[in-house]
Design a protein around this ligand. Structure first.
Ligand code: FAD
Ligand code: 2HG
Ligand code: ZN
Length: 492
């Protein structure tokens, strides 16, 4: 593949033939909704573009066959055949992943889950939702909202990403601080193994200590050991009192103090604590044209959300907190949303940064776990590095890097470092990698907090996992997928 000069197609994998396509038609039917076929007919490259190319337009495969099963049985038949025929596959959800994991590297068959989009059941007493993998995150949330519940995950790509893929990536998002990770909220999974076996573990139980918890291997497995076809997930009660505030602060030390105070004073109602630096807000402003909430510029901003069951009780707490952080000069300025529209526009200042990153042409994205006291130093060090090596200029277009921005899920010690560039550039890549990973490893952080490894970070897993751990992972991979057909060339 042109995109991957260092990789070679694995010759053990068969190339898709006419007979294979015939077989898939016999399983899935011949409708265009079920099969996008460029093997036996003239379907043009452009029809494959949205499947072959990732959200950042950074990774591109050359698949000529997209299969869209509608049932678990179909997934099972398709995988069993692929496994017998040595046809490599890539599971694909909404294709919003940020590490190149959801697109093929060469000619792997894409198994796209978007047609498996039925809610199977929702119980408003226990809060357990059972739904198929292809349900869009936002639709899952709207479904349970009708019965006063909330999906325990929220992220900027909610309009396109799918819940099965959210599990496959162990997505973190904006409210992990409150609701915890997929590893805790998933009660059961239905998965199809490469040999076609349907692993029906769609438990609705909160507690079930009966041996190894195998479903956990699929959570964050990034489609390398099987395909998740349905999930069972615990949805909490939806809070009827939601407040959002946006603050400007003078230093990162003050942000840490504000976080401490928020935990102390808002405790059980705190549902998000997000960090944005000045550069991230100015980039968001430039890219979207939206007005920023505060008049003056501050070096840092944070967004705090509270969700509780009693409006009066929450307001009292929030007011006490605001008074405290203002009078102690922990925050310099702030606004509180007074309508649903304002809630949305404050959140947009945070959620919109990811897309704004590409405003100048391209972006290098790093998603890191770093101990809180050192979290922002990485952004400062990256800026110094680019100033020192002469690769960065805000004005001069002959320099590749425009700006370095930092933001993220402060409440989870998760920094997003985005390097906005005018074009993708080898010099910039050489300066950043492995520099970023070494920086993070030195502080016992993680080189991927929530986006996964995919292909983007595959060479760097050793910065966060020991040789023993990697060896065990490879053994697990070999056990579930002895032929290696599941999402090959990626991290494992
Ligand atoms: P895809 O991108 O299609 O797939 C992701 C991976 O999962 C691939 O490796 C794929 O092979 C595998 N996969 C997909 N479906 C299945 C399945 N059914 N079974 C097995 N494997 C499967 N991520 C966060 O964690 N937190 C955030 O806050 C966040 N915000 C984002 C904001 C924006 C604007 C964007 C573009 C992305 C963001 N992401 C975030 C990353 C991304 O949205 C998540 O990783 C999401 O979970 C991917 O869902 P998807 O349906 O797009 O999956
Ligand atoms: C977010 O929190 C996402 O906005 C995306 O995880 C981060 O684009 C990024 O780097
Ligand atoms: Zn994030």
């Amino acid at each position: 593949s042109d995109s991957y000069p260092d990789l070679k197609r694995d010759s053990r994998f068969k190339k898709v033939t006419k007979e294979d396509v015939e077989h898939f038609r016999s399983v899935l039917g011949s409708s265009e909704a079920a099969i996008l076929d460029g093997v036996t007919n003239e379907t043009g490259e452009e029809d494959f573009e949205s499947f072959n190319s990732d959200w950042m337009r950074k990774y591109r495969g050359q698949c000529r066959l997209v299969l869209k099963p509608e049932t678990t049985e179909q997934v099972s038949k398709v995988l069993k055949y692929c496994n017998e025929q040595m046809l490599a596959v890539v599971p694909q959800g909404g294709n919003s992943g940020l590490v190149g994991g959801s697109v093929p590297v060469f000619d792997e068959i894409i198994i796209n889950l978007s047609r498996m989009n039925q809610v199977r059941s929702f119980d408003d007493v226990s809060g357990v939702l059972v739904a198929e993998s292809g349900v869009i995150l936002q639709q899952a949330d709207e479904h349970v909202a009708k019965q006063s519940h909330i999906f325990p995950l929220d992220l900027g790509a909610k309009g396109t990403c799918q819940i099965g893929a959210n599990v496959a990536t162990n997505a973190g998002g904006l409210r992990l601080l409150r609701y915890g990770s997929m590893h805790g909220n998933i009660l059961g999974l239905e998965c199809v193994l490469p040999d076609g076996t349907i692993m029906d573990d769609l438990s609705k139980l909160r507690k079930n200590n009966t041996g190894y918890d195998l479903k956990q291997l699929f959570i964050g497995g990034e489609g390398t050991i099987g395909i998740i076809t349905a999930i069972s997930i615990l949805c909490p009660q939806r809070s009827n009192a939601v407040n959002v505030a946006y603050f400007g602060l003078e230093s990162y030390e003050k942000v840490m103090e504000a976080f401490k105070e928020a935990k102390k004073q808002l405790g059980e109602i705190l549902s998000a604590f997000e960090l944005m630096d000045a550069a991230s807000q100015s980039l968001y402003h430039k890219a979207s044209g939206a007005k920023l909430p505060l008049e003056a510029e501050h070096p840092f901003y944070c967004l705090i959300e509270t969700s509780g069951s009693n409006t009066e009780h929450d307001s009292e707490k929030l007011n006490a907190f605001l008074e405290h952080v203002m009078s102690e000069e922990i925050v310099s300025d702030g606004v509180m949303a007074e309508s649903e529209t304002q809630v949305q526009s404050l959140w947009a200042c945070r959620e919109g940064i990811s897309e704004a990153g590409q405003h100048w042409g391209g972006v290098y994205k790093y998603d890191l776990s770093i101990p809180l006291p050192e979290l922002y130093e990485l952004v400062e060090d990256a800026r110094k590095m680019f100033e020192g090596n002469g690769l960065m200029s805000a004005e001069d277009e002959s320099f590749p890097v425009v700006d370095v921005v930092g933001y993220g899920h402060m409440g989870d010690s998760n920094l997003h470092l985005n390097v906005a560039v005018r074009r993708y550039d080898k010099e910039v890549e050489k300066a950043l990698e492995p520099w970023v990973y070494e920086w993070v490893a030195k502080r016992q952080g993680s080189i991927s907090a929530e986006h996964g490894l995919g292909i983007a970070k595959k060479a760097y897993i050793g910065y966060s996992r020991s040789e023993t751990m990697i060896k065990l992972m490879k053994q697990v991979k070999g056990l579930f997928d002895p032929n290696g057909i599941m999402n090959p060339y990626k991290y494992i």
